[in-house]
Design a binder for this molecule. Structure first.
Ligand code: PBG
Length: 368
């Protein structure tokens, strides 16, 4: 028998400490029951990561063969010569990845102020698309429609004569031509990432007029002016526009402070005929992904960008974060926010770690 503590209410019969605990808390709601075992946690899990929901972005070099070039600020990511691109796509497909987003890396001497290279019928991205479609026709191939790989100033469009602005309407007409060339090369989706006004509607019309009614538009609808694009710009050599010129990308990309402006862009792109709406970056904009999901019945994609990838790697390298756990948590959060599809540099390694099971109907190996 333990003596009653002085501060506790006096009772006729002294209680044990145990007795006091039992009468003081009547706990009837016990959510921990759903977290007691791995089996129960798995059954009760609301969101899952699946390779079939992930798209791998790939950087392509203008070389037929040779060694891939590592990208320093994106550990594990490389720039691929064309022959390696085909092999890489084969590997991704065998791991259950259904889509790739291709980005051309062009030599500085091929770039100019007008981004003229973008309309060259033999430009790298078109050869890359043809290569992938010839070797892996089942993969969904997505091409970026913006001028930044082709301009020496690194902007996503052409500048006005006085160089103080990106010329919206001239840029849109170039993007339309680019989109048609990409569709002709076999791209399944073109992805305007430039944030010019009216480009989704104009591209839809141009594609339809050229007979590419089946080519889709994955619109970078809510694309923010983000510091998290830094490593990508190093990878493709478009860093000039990131702030070293008079003009930043903030005159066309969304202000990170603005939620309503993002919703307006999402609505406009849906109305102009986008097939998939995208939010970019992903992790810092989970609120926008959630709102996009609740606002539209179109699929919502999110792009976990280069800087989101780099920061997890950097912290892991310092021993400050567990790479796999931080990776999976970052991706699950994007799914939980409402993204159906995630573009992520982690796609391949997540797929590689997902157990594969035999699909008895088709005899094909599919990820579980
Ligand atoms: C360019 C483009 C960018 C990204 C995708 N397309 C960079 C930019 O707008 O400067 C960024 C992707 C990433 O950071 O992973 N139109």
């Amino acid at each position: 028998m333990v003596p009653c503590h002085d501060s506790l209410p006096r009772r006729a019969t002294p209680l044990t400490v145990r007795g006091i605990m039992e009468t003081a808390f009547e706990i009837t709601q016990r959510p921990r029951r759903l977290r007691r075992s791995d089996a129960v946690r798995t059954l009760a899990r609301e969101t899952r990561l699946h390779p079939e929901q992930l798209i791998q972005p790939l950087f392509v070099l203008d070389r037929r063969s040779g060694e891939p070039e590592p990208i320093e600020s994106m550990p594990g990511q490389v720039r691929l010569p064309l022959d390696r691109l085909a092999a890489e796509c084969g590997e991704l497909a065998s791991l259950g990845i259904r889509g790739v987003a291709l980005f051309p890396v062009l030599a500085a001497e091929t770039k100019d102020a007008a981004g003229i290279g973008a309309l060259d019928p033999e430009t790298l991205i078109l050869r890359a698309v043809r290569t992938v479609k010839a070797t892996h026709p089942d993969l969904c191939v997505i091409t970026d429609v913006a001028l930044d790989p082709y301009t020496d100033h690194g902007h996503d469009g052409v500048l006005t004569e006085d160089g103080t602005d990106v010329d919206n309407d001239r840029t849109v007409s170039i993007l339309c031509e680019m989109a048609v060339l990409n569709a002709a090369a076999g791209a399944d989706f073109v992805a305007p990432s430039d944030m010019m006004d009216g480009r989704v509607g104009a591209i839809r019309k141009a594609l339809d007029a050229a007979g590419y009614t089946g080519t889709g538009i994955l619109a970078y609808s809510a694309k923010f002016n983000s510091a998290f694009y830094g490593p990508f710009r190093e990878a493709v050599g478009s860093a000039a526009a990131a702030g070293t010129t008079l003009l930043g990308k903030h005159t066309y990309q969304l202000d990170p402070a603005n939620r309503r402006a993002a919703l307006r862009e999402l609505d406009l792109d849906a109305a102009e005929g986008a097939d998939i709406l995208m939010v970019k970056p992903a992790g810092p904009y989970l609120d926008i992904i959630r709102e996009a999901r609740e606002r539209t019945d179109l699929p919502v994609a999110a792009y976990q960008v280069s800087g989101e990838y780099a920061q997890i790697h950097a912290a892991a390298r310092l021993g400050w974060l567990d790479l796999r756990r931080a990776r999976d948590e970052s991706l699950l959060a994007i799914r939980r926010a409402g993204a159906d599809i995630i573009l992520t540099y982690f796609a391949k390694e997540v797929a590689r770690e997902t157990p594969q099971a035999k699909d008895s109907d088709s005899g094909k190996t599919t990820a579980t």
